[in-house]
Design a binder for this molecule. Structure first.
Ligand code: PBG
Length: 306
């Protein structure tokens, strides 16, 4: 009689790959998650595919950062190399999604190009996003996933991809992405500190707002988003449910670093059962209306679901 089920193929595993790394390094604030070397990323993907996981979302950590995040669109940048290796190895057995943003690649840590006064220049950033999308598609990315929350980013990326002959590459738009404190551990994972103690509240959404998320989703769909993301997940189940009622496209929910680490930490203290809580949360996210869940628990839960 169960109305909802969690399947291994519902899960997307986020993975970090670090340029020049010789071995995987565990992320201190995300136990069980690693900054991978190119070799260990491949090993991890073999393990994930063996467990029945069908998709990964890649984040790159370059050795050099600059004001415009050059490495994000360099054909030999770390994510482009990783995408090419994964596609050559797994073909259609693994969907390779690429996070499309600049923050891991900029020396100031913002998701876009920064003006002299420290504010982000939305429209200059769109040009860079187009270049990054094309570099990722050229490397073989199956899906590009813009997470920077610039206005007009989906349209700009769609235009750039189409013009470069990648009209078939879909866009997973992080449409409703909140300026959340739950991203804290992720910033350790990608070695990002925002210059001058800054934050992303100028471009990410206010947790107080729900209608605004619907406006963002409508805009992204108008601009050509093929599927949308709500992020974080557990504190935003109402947004997932509202999005489900509003659109027919697939909805992905991102169970983010802080959501993962809270469960891990509580379980490590013996306060609760990690696997049972993780499973319950995933089911809640599906019940709210998500089709797919991007989660650091992907491998662990796939083992149970197998
Ligand atoms: C931005 C990006 C972030 C996350 C995914 N993409 C961080 C941010 O917006 O500050 C967070 C993911 C997580 O917390 O697991 N490139």
């Amino acid at each position: 009689m169960a109305e909802h089920h969690l399947r291994r193929e519902d899960l997307i595993a986020p993975l970090f790959v670090k340029e020049g790394a010789t071995h995987p390094v565990e992320i201190s604030t995300m136990p069980g998650q690693f900054q991978h070397s190119e070799a260990s990323l491949l090993d991890e993907c073999h393990r994930l595919v063996g467990l029945g996981i069908r998709a990964v979302l890649l984040f790159g950590l370059p050795t050099t950062k600059d004001a415009v995040g050059s490495q994000a669109s360099d054909p030999s940048g770390i994510v482009q190399r990783a995408i090419a290796t994964l596609k050559a190895t797994f073909g259609d057995r693994l969907v390779v999604m690429a996070d499309l943003c600049l923050d891991e690649y900029t020396d100031h840590g913002h998701c876009g190009i920064v003006r002299g006064d420290g504010t982000v220049d939305n429209d200059q950033t769109l040009v860079r996003y187009g270049e990054v999308a094309v570099a990722q598609a050229r490397a073989g990315a199956d899906v590009v996933a813009p997470s920077g929350m610039m206005d007009g980013q989906v349209g700009a990326i769609r235009g750039a991809l189409d013009a470069a002959g990648f009209g078939e590459v879909p866009i997973l738009a992080y449409s409703a992405k909140y300026a959340s404190a739950l991203y804290g551990p992720f910033r350790d994972a990608v070695d990002v500190t925002i210059a001058g103690g800054g934050d992303r509240r100028a471009y990410q959404q206010d947790p107080a707002n729900a209608r605004e998320a619907m406006a963002e989703i409508d805009l992204d769909l108008d601009e050509g988003a093929d599927c949308i993301m709500v992020k974080p997940a557990m504190s935003y189940l109402d947004i997932i449910a509202a999005a489900r009622a509003r659109t027919t496209v697939p909805i992905v929910a991102y169970h983010v670093s802080g959501e993962y680490s809270m469960v891990r930490a509580a379980a490590a203290l013996g306060y609760l059962d990690e696997e049972a809580v993780a499973m319950e949360q995933m089911l809640a996210i599906k019940r709210a209306g998500a089709d797919l869940i991007c989660t650091y628990f992907a491998a662990q839960l796939a083992e149970v679901l197998a």
